[in-house]
Ligand binder design. Structure first.
Ligand code: GLN
Length: 382
């Protein structure tokens, strides 16, 4: 028996999304935990994939991605945010948002570099920073408003701060950054070399006519930012694992040095299919409305229950406070809900390093009407 080397991530287990999905499956519960749609993507997109596979586009794509897709991405960013990225030298197609985030951190974070994150935080940020010897500094956003106190954030900045990671719209809270947040951020990074990694995978899912403020809208931020987005969220194909990273050439050059050894390149026929499909912006411009209807349906259905519905400005997640129902911690409550009431959710404490429990769970509403109806029925009995 060999002696196992010390774990590089001794505090990390299986992600909460896999855990809750497994619990949902074991208990035949309605799975509103892991964020993925349970409806089929547009058949037009599927037909494009079929077409390109059969036409013989089945070998390696260029390392940074197929030029046609990168051009469509550049066009989308320009139309949505009036920001220009050069398709060939500033956009890299990645194997999903998580790989783009991993590669960005791997590229820039060295031992003892400090990285600021905002909690509740998506689960991959912290372990990835630690894997490369970085130190995470966290600001805890709290229920019910999940506001950022920028003067506290400013105190987290030191001469070792290498990167700030943003997630806008925020998974799991559904909060979006406002103009004043961005202006405060600009003041904090002005005159420093701090990089920004902006995870905007839910950028096209923002409600009530509110505006998604992408990092790339602001030249002072764009020059230091790596912007990450995901086609899984945009076109209901999370299993395709494809996304991209847009960043100025100097940052992209470095990013690609790692990317080429991390994945080299991404699925060719799917890149071609996405490029074709993106030519029609209606394919993603309706998304806000599409998901707003689902959000509203879920909120209306739960309005008369004892759950408190927190604000949901974006993403396909609804946060529920349950303290009128139970004083169990959120992990135990979410497990009980899955086992006894057949609805799986994700406890918010898993998005905090210190497992902050504020009795809040997350439900994913990227689901068919019928799935949402069944979940509402079960939750209404509590
Ligand atoms: N982004 C998805 C969520 O927040 C999960 C993706 C995953 O399971 N890694 O639920």
């Amino acid at each position: 028996m060999i002696q196992l080397p010390l774990s590089k991530l001794s505090n990390v287990g299986t992600t909460i999304f896999s855990q809750m999905t497994q619990l949902a499956n074991e208990n035949e519960a309605i799975n509103l935990s892991q964020g993925f749609p349970d409806f089929t993507p547009d058949s037009e997109l599927l037909d494009h994939v079929d077409h390109f596979i059969k036409k013989g586009f089945n070998q390696y794509a260029p390392m940074g991605g197929m030029i046609g897709l990168k051009e469509e991405i550049a066009r989308k960013i320009e139309n949505s945010h009036q920001a220009i990225y050069h398709p060939d030298s500033e956009i890299t197609v990645t194997a999903g948002g998580t790989q783009a985030i991993f590669t960005a951190i791997a590229t820039f974070v060295k031992k003892d570099d400090e990285v600021i994150i905002f909690e509740p935080a998506y689960d991959c940020y912290e372990p990835t920073v630690e894997l490369f010897g970085g130190i995470v500094k966290r600001f805890e956003m709290k229920a019910p408003d999940y506001e950022i106190d920028w003067s506290t954030v400013k105190n987290l900045v030191s001469d070792k701060t290498k990167m700030i990671i943003l997630n806008n719209p925020n998974n799991p809270s559904g909060k979006i950054l406002k103009e004043n947040d961005i202006q405060e951020l600009i003041k904090i990074v002005e005159g420093t070399s701090i990089l920004i990694l902006s995870d905007e995978v839910y950028e096209n899912i923002v409600f009530d006519g509110k505006q998604h403020l992408s990092i790339c809208k602001y030249p002072e931020l764009k020059e230091r930012s790596l912007l990450v987005a995901s086609f899984g969220k945009l076109f209901h194909v999370t299993g395709w694992k494809i996304g991209y990273c847009a960043a100025p050439k100097s940052l992209t050059d470095e990013f690609r040095k790692v990317h080429q050894f991390n994945v080299f390149s991404v699925n060719t026929p799917i890149q071609l299919a996405l490029a074709e499909y993106m030519k029609n912006p209606d394919h993603y411009n309706h998304l806000n409305q599409f998901f707003q209807e689902k959000r509203d349906f879920l909120r209306k259905g739960l309005a008369n229950t004892s759950f408190e519905l927190l604000d949901c400005e974006g993403t396909y997640f609804q946060a529920l406070k349950y303290d009128k129902i139970s004083d169990k911690n959120d992990f135990d409550f979410a497990s009980e809900l899955t086992i006894n009431h057949k609805v799986a959710s994700v406890p918010f404490s898993s998005f905090y390093k210190n497992k902050l429990n504020e009795n809040v769970i997350r439900l994913c509403f990227a689901k068919k009407q019928e799935t949402l109806e069944r979940a509402i029925e079960n939750l209404s009995k509590i």
